[in-house]
Design a protein around this ligand. Structure first.
Ligand code: PEP
Ligand code: MN
Length: 336
């Protein structure tokens, strides 16, 4: 259910409508828009009687929201969500490129890649400090030390950094050091972790689980937003199909569908989808052409020596080539 307030509704009227929602035992979520405020309602199991709310001062109409996801739904908030980070706006006309190594391995490696991708136009640096690895014997990441290296890379280059949060117990530490908190594909349905990320005051990038439907993906985002953190970026990173040539299958068709039914920024990670660097540039082009607000790619100065995901890491010349091609595509889509 959604309450649409008049354009000239006063703060008192908005508060009054929120109070009326609470009196029904439900939760109000005020969503300020360009011209008016709407109030999303969650917590109801069945339909709410609109008559209880439609007569309140300042209320224009009460609309039933038919999908199970509410706070992520464009019916609730027609305007795109813009996330402001330093001088960047994520989800606006500017395309955003996040680049960097799969894992923070050493100080030299991370600072080196950070400088090089910045020179070639990346706006955000990625690097895993806590790594979700399939095998317990594989490199697990540098942990806190990795976060300190990322903070140093930000201080030197000015690039905001994104890194993965894998466990609720690390939330304070990760939130303190990164600019965007990543929730990985494997944790898309870790509800305790989603709730904890929702209590953080930094934007969250939520990656789609490898077997998640669109509805499950959006309900996972809903866990974060319902805790009060509205700055959520969705990231398609490939789902498991029967491909015998790529690591996962990039579900490009979810990009326009997400843009249609949600107001959240949509990113694509072609690196994990492909698993092979030869496929990454064409998939990045496809992502932008399909309407993604940005991409996240893995880049390594010497992929043969990478401690994780070397096969899918772009080399620096490949990253430069990709950026050139994205620059050429952007104006066709009226993006910068
Ligand atoms: C990553 O981005 O480093 C990562 C582990 O991705 P995913 O969760 O999509 O596998
Ligand atoms: Mn990786």
């Amino acid at each position: 259910m959604l309450i649409v307030m008049r354009t000239d509704a006063t703060p008192d009227e908005i508060d009054g409508a929120c109070r009326a929602v609470r009196d029904l035992g439900l939760s109000p979520h005020p969503i300020p828009g360009k011209s008016r405020t709407a109030i999303g309602i969650t917590g109801n199991v069945g339909p709410v009687d609109p008559g209880q709310l439609s007569g309140l001062p300042g209320v224009v109409e009460v609309i039933r929201v038919t999908r199970p996801f509410k706070l992520t739904n464009r019916e609730m908030k027609p305007d795109d969500t813009h996330i402001h980070l330093g001088g960047l706006t994520i989800g606006g006309p500017d395309l955003i490129v996040i680049a960097g190594p799969c894992s923070v391995e050493t100080r030299d490696q991370t600072l080196g890649v950070a400088r090089e991708v910045k020179k070639r136009g990346a706006q955000i640096l990625r690097g895993g400090a806590f790594k979700p690895r399939t095998s317990p014997y594989a490199f697990q990441g540098l942990g806190a030390e990795g976060l300190h290296i990322l903070a140093e890379a930000r201080a030197e280059t000015g690039l905001p950094v994104i890194s993965e949060l894998m466990s609720t117990e690390d939330a304070d530490l990760v939130e303190q050091h990164v600019d965007i908190i990543q929730i990985g594909a494997r944790n898309m349905q870790n509800y305790a972790l989603l709730r904890r990320a929702g209590q953080c005051r930094k934007p969250v990038m939520l990656k789609r689980g490898i077997a998640a439907t669109l509805e499950e993906f959006l309900l996972a985002a809903e866990y974060i937003i319902s805790q009060g953190n509205h700055d959520v970026i969705l990231c398609e990173r490939g789902i498991r199909g029967f491909s015998d040539f790529s690591r996962f299958t990039l579900d490009i068709s979810i990009v326009p569908e997400l843009k249609r039914i949600t107001h959240l920024p949509v990113f694509v990670d072609p690196s994990h989808a492909a698993g092979r660097r030869e496929l990454v540039i064409p998939l990045a082009r496809a992502a932008i052409a399909a309407g993604a607000d940005g991409i996240m790619v893995e880049v390594h100065h010497d992929p043969k020596k990478a401690l994780s995901d070397g096969a899918q890491a772009l080399t620096l010349p490949m990253f430069e080539q990709m950026m050139g091609e994205l620059h050429a595509i952007a104006p066709v889509l009226r993006r910068r």
